[in-house]
Design a protein around this ligand. Structure first.
Ligand code: TYD
Length: 206
């Protein structure tokens, strides 16, 4: 492992274990005496709070507006004077983010022209592509089970179909927009400890 600090992004479907694995990674860095800063998108900044309101159905916006809001939140996430990723890296922290622009490319391209979404995110990609993007890849049916515990029915089916689509869109986004980036697909269906080991092995290659 080089010196860093590193900017590491963890992507994955809901229920893929992002939060748990990010905590394992933080423990790994802490055991080495290296400080890290955990962050996520949507952020806790005003832009991210507004997005959460939209996601909860408390505000209604056009899907294109939502795509633009995610991109705006990402600009805040990068450049915010005190909480921003660039500031934290400059202060010597490894930064681990749950989600970054590949989430926009995967989730928003279902409703919005993918090329336009990519354009909205050009500044982020040009400014700070992740040193490592880990995609916690999970069978959407397992992801669904983890989210709901159990269940069936048409609504569930629709949601499962959607998860399948998003997973496909993630893989497409990595292939189309991930050039020059280090993106590693991790089988998130493995036992938690094995997934954590696999992630550490990737960090050690940096
Ligand atoms: P998140 O809080 O990561 O949800 P979870 O922890 O359940 O995975 O993200 C909230 C939702 O926002 C999630 O469904 C994915 C979506 N999202 C987008 O659609 N576009 C984006 O650019 C980002 C960052 C998230």
């Amino acid at each position: 492992m080089g010196n860093g600090p590193y900017f590491i992004v963890v992507e994955g479907l809901d229920g893929s274990g992002k939060t748990t694995q990010i905590e394992h990674l933080r423990d790994y860095f802490q055991a080495r005496g290296e400080a890290c800063y955990l962050t996520a998108e949507p952020t806790d900044l005003p832009t991210g709070k507004f997005i959460r309101r939209v996601l909860r159905g408390q505000e209604h916006v056009d899907p294109r507006t939502l795509a633009a809001l995610f991109a705006a939140d990402r600009v805040e996430h990068l450049f915010h004077a005190t909480e921003g990723i660039l500031t934290k890296l400059a202060a010597g922290y490894h930064v681990i983010s749950s989600r970054y622009y590949f989430s926009s490319l995967a989730y928003q391209s279902e409703y919005v022209d993918p090329a336009w979404v990519a354009n909205l995110n050009r500044l982020a990609k040009a400014t700070l592509p992740a040193d490592l993007t880990l995609f916690l890849d999970l069978d959407p049916a397992v992801s669904m089970q983890r989210i709901t515990g159990r269940g069936e029915g048409s609504e569930l089916y629709e949601t499962l179909e959607k998860l399948r689509q998003v997973r496909e869109d993630f893989h497409r986004a990595f292939a189309v927009y991930g050039q020059g980036e280090r993106i590693v697909v991790v089988d998130a269906g493995d036992a938690e400890g094995r997934v954590a080991e696999r992630i550490v092995a990737e960090i050690q290659k940096l």
